[in-house]
Design a binder for this molecule. Structure first.
Ligand code: CIR
Length: 252
């Protein structure tokens, strides 16, 4: 498994924010936390390849939003925030080494954080970043490969994957306050601790989970369910409204 990551831009303090109040981000601390994240991915067996960033990409580290990678193809997105659209070209070039690449075209917008792939099932979140045209293009791109796509509308959070991520091919980690669980039938569900609404976003590889140390009660729930959990500090990236899946694209 290859994990594509992207360097934190020196302009991260000018990042987009939707639900989070702006607080100063300590760049050296953020970069050290990002290294710890990359090390956690390496400990799960990923080979990390970090793309460079530059001053024109305050949110470049959140590489997940620029593409959706399936075994058969990669869909390069058209991010909903205009300030993020220049992020996609370098990611498209990097992914072209591994997969055929297709792109979301105007008027479609789509952030990778709004797309959750579990086996042959694709959930797409309608959000302030992802519109129906973008979701429709995703549906058409994946249908030939046998993927079924459901669109959902999370509420109260930035992206679908703020509300739900996959722990394995059967089990989802969910904040029921941000998504209607009825939309997720057919999957086993584990709820985050109610005092930790942001805890549903974790990276999972082969039943081992990278989770934020800020959410100890949810980490305990994960361990009680039998998952091995690696806890890391991501306080500075959280100030940029980023979580864990957003900082990598996993290419198997
Ligand atoms: C943004 O608002 O676009 C960034 N500040 C945070 C993006 C986080 N991405 C994600 O959760 N997939």
């Amino acid at each position: 498994m290859i994990a594509l990551t992207r360097e934190i831009s020196s302009t991260i303090n000018r990042c987009e924010l939707t639900h989070v109040r702006r607080q100063p981000i300590d760049l050296p601390v953020a970069r050290e936390q990002h290294r710890q994240y990359e090390r956690a991915l390496e400990s799960l067996g990923c080979a990390v390849r970090r793309l460079p960033s530059d001053d024109t990409m305050p949110d470049g580290v959140f590489i997940e939003d620029t593409a959706v990678v399936l075994p058969e193809l990669a869909i390069v997105t058209r991010p909903g925030a205009e300030s993020r659209r220049r992020e996609v070209d370098a990611v498209a070039d990097a992914l072209a080494q591994f997969r055929p690449v297709t792109r979301v075209e105007p008027p479609g917008t789509l952030d990778g954080g709004d797309v959750l792939v579990v086996g042959r099932h694709v959930f797409a979140g309608r959000s302030s970043r992802t519109n129906d045209a973008g979701i429709e293009q995703m549906r058409l791109a994946v249908a030939p490969y046998g993927y079924a796509l459901d669109s959902l509308s999370p509420l109260g959070c930035l992206h679908l994957k703020s509300a739900v991520t996959a722990l394995d091919e059967r089990t989802l980690l969910v904040n029921p306050g941000w998504i209607s669980e009825g939309a997720l039938t057919g999957f086993e569900r584990l709820a985050v601790d109610p005092s930790e609404p942001g805890a549903a976003n974790v990276v999972s590889v082969d039943g081992r989970v990278v989770a934020a140390a800020a959410f100890p009660l949810t980490c305990r729930r994960l361990r009680d369910r039998g998952f091995e959990v690696i806890e890391i500090e991501v306080t500075e990236l959280a100030k940029a409204e980023g979580a864990l899946t957003c900082c990598s694209l996993l290419v198997s």
